[in-house]
Design a protein around this ligand. Sequence first.
Ligand code: ADP
Ligand code: MG
Length: 369
Amino acid sequence: MSDKWKTEELHVGMTSEATFWANPVAESKFRYRATHLDGRRSPKVVLCDDTRVRPGVPCQVRVTAIRKPQRNDRGSIEVEFLRLLDFKLDGVYLDPLVARKLQVLLESGLNILLDGPQGCGKTVTARSIAETLGLEFVFFNCGAVVDASDFFATIQVRASESGQPVTDFTKTDVLIALEQAAAEPRRRFLVFLDEFNRCQENARNALMPALDSTRKVFHPIENNFLPIADNVQFIAAVNRGGEFSATFGIDAAQLDRFAPLQMDYPPAAEEVKLLAQRHPELGTRLLSRIVDLANRVRRSPDIPGGLSVRATDEVCVYLKHPLFADEAHQQLLEVLKSSFCGRFPGRWDDLTSDAGAVWSLISSERQPE
Ligand SMILES: Nc1ncnc2c1ncn2[C@@H]1O[C@H](COP(=O)(O)OP(=O)(O)O)[C@@H](O)[C@H]1O
Ligand SMILES: [Mg+2]
């Protein structure tokens, strides 16, 4: 199946899922416009004028007319609204309350700050929001940002023909997206600022006008201000240390530009479900045991930092491999030495280190009969 519908495949009366946004064509009699039907690109714009449509929330629609089916470059598909669908993300567990809050924030276009421990799903959530809502995803890791301009350009020094050093500016993906968004209002972007707390404070300050009502940034290559259009949604993510009291080093004024949303590891049953989908070879009992051990580590007051879902996933990758398939208990412990203990400072056999604390938690587990 191709990513794009052919006009012949569509017919009046068919029902489909679509996510609408305000129609940028002001003179159109249709308030809402979508580009995809059932996740596949539509050959013509999909139009709807029902006031029950909520921008950004998927809904069920029925095709009522296909205009100019012969033309590749024109025409439209008119649909009637049937009902709103819940905001859900494929293959990602989201706490129902967080999902509802996210839906409101995304509709309002507020900047969102996802705050949660390492590996609880902040990045997959942002990525799948983009996929679900048809936004172009721009991933930017702030960990390497030292200087204000690093968000927008990287500087490369090379030798010119005369041997003199010349400085080249290369645009970052963020700058490219902001330029494209300004030039093409029909495209929509989600700029994801990962590890937002890890960049230099003063650099982060330079981003603030982008995030408040000013909505503009200084373009370091063209030396002018670039306005940020409404078709750019910002989501930032921060990892807190283990202690929830820990600050993440973002000052109150910066934090105030975001609507913060707290995330946490999925409940055990949901994490088991996620793992079972990915590793159907492993039984639910074994998966529950792995998740239970992870949750003990996550909840332990003596062990700072989180334990990513990536860690439980990695344990499954080992255990379903024939090389690790027998002697289940001993094998599991060996795997956990690297997949769990190995994610913490120190060594598993050094009880004074965090890795050692994880080991003593794991190895004290009563082995199931
Ligand atoms: N809530 C979740 N739903 C689905 N997968 C998850 C979830 N949380 C974590 N994962 C899995 O764990 C990995 C790490 O998640 P990620 O989104 O990178 O975490 P974070 O950005 O919070 O550090 C992902 O690749 C994904 O496979
Ligand atoms: Mg992440």
